[in-house]
Design a protein around this ligand. Structure first.
Ligand SMILES: [Zn+2]
Length: 348
């Protein structure tokens, strides 16, 4: 009851141009402010491609165990980077992919934060027991809005638009079977076939309109497909989901649902399915709430939610790496999946 009163009061404050502290409270409730054409979304607060490369090169110089490798080029000729921490090839290996869809940017922002953390005492001991690979900003052309088609009526302001598809207009997360795009070929030829990868989290954003138990979700998770995945791989996939769920759900803003729904028809071109099937990788799809730019207002989320969403991405990556490193992932109970509600759509 008290909570309801507070939120009504806050709505009034927001309309009157509320303070930052009020906004922080709204986020903490997991109901971050929406956009709907009346909130600021400025893409210039996100790393550009070249800012990201500068950042990674600086981190590589600072960090003993970090290696930066170019695995290929995007359609527009941007180098695709693999960030590698591989102290012992015999250790289990986890891969994080961010921004296969170019407008799903806070996944990359979170990865950059986590990469920085890996160079500090905060993650001491982890890298001795797990190998970590990142492909940040996988769809760099889409992320920079540098594409061979028009981007009309996009919501964000700033120096560029961000868009889902690659420069050719291909959905990279439907291309893992056919592998028609240079980005896909780089990933498969120079990463998936080259390294023995055990786990993978594919980090995305979904629309802002999804709810669980009547409350907007902070994100949604999804394991590999039960009918197209080896049982032990599926088990690992669900355990990876359990690790992430247990790390995020207790946070004040954490509210995760099962992603199942429109995306649950089997398609080997989707990484969460195809990589599990073709390479025996225990995969997890993780969808954060709201995209950074879109032509549909209901897809995007005001940038005031960036803080907790970025943190959510960091916690997902950090908790997974730790659980793989210390082996606790193998003890994770997967029964929560049976009770995890499937998210429902509530357009606003
Ligand atoms: Zn996506």
């Amino acid at each position: 009851m008290k909570k309801q009163l507070v939120s009504i009061a806050l709505t009034g404050t927001i309309l009157a141009g509320g303070s930052f502290a009020d906004m922080a409270f709204v986020q903490a409730a997991g109901n971050g402010p929406d956009y709907q054409g009346h909130e600021t979304i400025n893409t210039s607060i996100l790393h550009t491609y070249s800012e990201m490369v500068d950042y990674l090169e600086k981190q590589e110089k600072k960090q003993t165990y970090m290696e930066l490798e170019v695995i290929g080029k995007t359609v527009k000729g941007r180098d695709m980077h693999l960030v590698k921490y591989m102290q012992n090839p015999k250790n289990p290996t986890i891969l994080y992919i961010t921004q296969q869809h170019g407008d799903e940017a806070l996944t990359t922002e979170g990865a950059l934060d986590f990469i920085k953390q890996l160079g500090t005492g905060k993650t001491k001991g982890i890298l001795e027991n797990v190998n970590i690979l990142f492909i940040p900003m996988y769809n760099a052309d889409g992320a920079m809005g540098d594409v061979n088609y028009e981007l009309e009526d996009y919501a964000a302001s700033g120096d560029r638009h961000l868009t889902r598809l690659n420069a050719n207009g291909a959905d990279l997360n439907r291309d893992h079977e056919e592998k028609t795009q240079p980005e896909t070929q780089a990933l498969h030829n120079n990463v998936l076939q080259k390294y023995d990868i055990d786990y993978m989290i594919d980090l995305h954003h979904q629309g802002a309109q999804w709810v669980k138990d009547g409350k907007y979700v902070s994100g949604a998770i999804f394991p590999s497909h039960p009918d197209h995945t080896a049982p032990e791989v599926l088990q690992g996939s669900k355990q990876l989901g359990a690790v992430v769920y247990d790390a995020i759900e207790p946070k004040g803003w954490g509210h995760l649902a099962n992603y199942a729904g429109k995306g649950s028809a089997y398609d080997n071109g989707i990484s969460v399915y195809g990589l599990a099937h073709d390479y025996g990788i225990s995969t997890l799809l993780f969808e954060m709430r709201g995209t950074a730019d879109n032509a549909n207002d209901f897809e995007v989320l005001g940038q005031k939610s960036n803080g907790y969403l970025k943190k959510q991405a960091v916690i997902a990556m950090d908790s997974a790496a730790r659980a793989v490193a210390d082996g606790t992932i193998n003890e994770k109970d997967i029964s929560f999946w049976d009770d995890l509600p499937v998210q429902e759509e509530r357009p606003y």
